[in-house]
Design a protein around this ligand. Sequence first.
Ligand code: PLP
Length: 381
Amino acid sequence: MSPDNATEAATACSLQEGRTLTAHVDLGQLARNLAGLRRVSRELGLLAVVKADAYGHGAVPVARALESAGIEGFCVATLPEALDLRRGGILSPILVLGSIRPESLPVASANHLDLTVVSADHLLELAPLVPEHPVGLHLKLDTGMGRSGILLDDLGACLDGIRALQPRIRGVMGHFSASEAPDARCAHLQRKRFQGALAQLRDAGIAVPMAHHANSAGCLRGFVEGDTHARCGIALYGLSEVEEAREAGLKPILELTAEVMRAVRIPAGSTVGYGSTYVAPHPVKLVTLNCGYADGYPRALSNRAQAGFKGRTYPVVGQVSMDMLTVVLPEAISIRPGDRMTLLSRNPEDPHSVQATARLLSTIPYEVTCALNRRVLRDPT
Ligand SMILES: Cc1ncc(COP(=O)(O)O)c(C=O)c1O
């Protein structure tokens, strides 16, 4: 086989392999989720949070769809995530939420990225380099989240340094710690602090073109008074669990399906998987799927989760292993290699929805989709 043929065959082969486990991402519903969010957020500009590969949904196709639908900008966590978007043709403003080292300013500037100032020390580090390597800066204020941002007690001491950086100061931001909590006292307190800090900056003659404190839940619940923008992730992916998300018609956009690699009848007493944690109580149809914890399907779902086939669900049995998992169905069900089963459903009511799976794992939907890694083929449609 010539090297060219070998490369072609290898590409075809890897695509073939990849197709066995696929995250289908409904970009039409993504655009409808954006429209639903806009109805609620009215005049606010929206920055789509597409860090962590758009929470596992595939950052570039998601960002392209949102850019076509008129989003005002994007947020990512790291410089490589921002550069991936630029390489993917994204031209809209991109804000890097994480802490960027001063030595990365040239590449950030060359790629027209906006950076977050994550502390008073970070401001001091970046300030001398910004005139030579211009970037937009968003000042993060720690209004109560307690993990990053300039402490409000330190803001007064930073005012001269901030004023000197104008007009590079594009925005001022905070982050809610519990915007989805039924008790909104904490959210209101954070907003009050944010508004106080904005007034302090304006009194000091510092222009604040953009102010954004809200994430999805803060935006959906209207904790945005006086802000110009909101940074929304989970609502766009249709996985926000606040009541207002349902009222706005937001729906999940990701479905995970896997191809059946083996379907066999096993007699009563047969054991399945590492540790033989499942013993067939009677003859059953045993199906093996090419999906395991190395793909981001947690081992903690062993003997607990369900998988869907033709409108019904069936139990995932035995230990989920690195690359495979097993499901049992009644003997009479006709299922064969090449058929597909659904491991994560888009219907929130299903026992194998992202939300139900998160509950099984005592976690949040964010963690379930973020876990899906690069072995999982993304099929944006
Ligand atoms: C700083 C910041 N802003 C906004 C968001 C978006 O949050 P959500 O997905 O809840 O809208 C995140 C997500 O983790 C974040 O870290």
